[in-house]
Structures are given as structure tokens and as C-alpha cells.
Design a protein around this ligand. Sequence first.
Ligand code: SF4
Length: 209
Amino acid sequence: MNDIVFKRNELLAQKVIKGLESRNMSGYYAKDRAEALKIALELIPEGSSIGMGGAMSAAEIGLPQALKAGNYRFIDRDTAPDRHKAMLEAYDADVFISGTNALTEDGVLVNIDGNANRVSAIAHGPRKLVIIAGMNKVTPDVDTAMKRARNVAAPVNAQRFGLSTPCARTGSCMNCKSPDTICCQFLITRYSRHTGRIHVILVNDNLGF
Ligand code: SF4
């Protein structure tokens, strides 16, 4: 990333953080992946139970790897004998780790989901959310955030999971109702009623899709 883009992201992150705070959520700026990991680990007390959606951004800063190696109870749905049970257990976790498909400059989070375990955990359940977001996820408003979720994040995720959706073939949203669609649920998080629950770490880098 060149210096001018880096500086622009730094300024924009401050605007997003103000927007998050106006919505009773907390925002943090990390200049790079290492600093983002440090902030995330400071937010997660040792001994916590941890749930996680398929968060590429968190993996890219090394967070699940650090939690699995540390003194935490990581609920690993990928290795659990009963995946569905592990996903239900994540609703009652002390901390849930997630990315976000997009967020607006004034602090609104936008997420889409097929199974809905991720969006439902963002909406309610886990006592604390730690959301990792690269500055590539920031959009001017909810309309562009939704467009980003459906035309950038969804096609890549559909390809990643080998799903048979039109966007996996064309690279953009065709507003499908295919059985494999990952656009079953849309969640717009515009305010948190629960003080201290939602924490968003903005990383000055491109993370996830
Ligand atoms: S609605 Fe269908 S085509 Fe559009 S992004 Fe979602 S899965 Fe892809």
C-alpha cells in the first residue's frame, strides 16, 4: 500500500470510529496486522470461551491461531464431532470473533449469510463481539455496503465454498434464489443497545473479501 492511501485510510478510520461510538460500539485503529492482533488479544480475557464464524480477516491477522495456542476455550466447529452443536454453543460464548462484509464510513455494519449462524451471533447471544475489518471493507453508505456485500464478498465466498450460484460463475450478483444462495439473511447493525458488546478493529490493510 502506498503512503498516500495509507494516510487516507488512517484519516477515514478516525471517521468510522466516531461513527461506531455514536452507535454505542467501540472502534480501534491498527496500523498493521500485528497491531490488530495485539488489540484483539487485549480485548479477550484469558479463560474466555470463544466462538467464531468463517472469518478470513481474523485468520489473516493470526487471531484464531493465537487463541487456539493460548489459554482460551476455543469452540472449533471445524473439528467438533457435532458441527451444529458447536455452532449453537458459540451463541453462548463469552466472545465471538467475526469479520464484516462491509461497514459504512459512519459506522453501520452490513453482513449477509446463508446459514445465518454468523449474523445471528452478531445480532444477539455472545457477550462480546470482536470484529476484524480491513479498510477495504469501508464504504460510503449502507447502499454501497450492500452492493459490496453482494457483488464482491458473496461471489468470492461462493467460489471459495464451491457453491453453485450465478455470482460464482459471473463474479457479480444476479439476485438469485438458487438452493446454494448465501444471501438468505441480511443484517444491518446500526446501533448496539448493549454497552461494551461490539468492538471493531479497523486494520490499515486489505483483509478478507
Ligand atoms: S443473491 Fe445469489 S447471485 Fe446474488 S450474491 Fe447472493 S448468492 Fe450470489
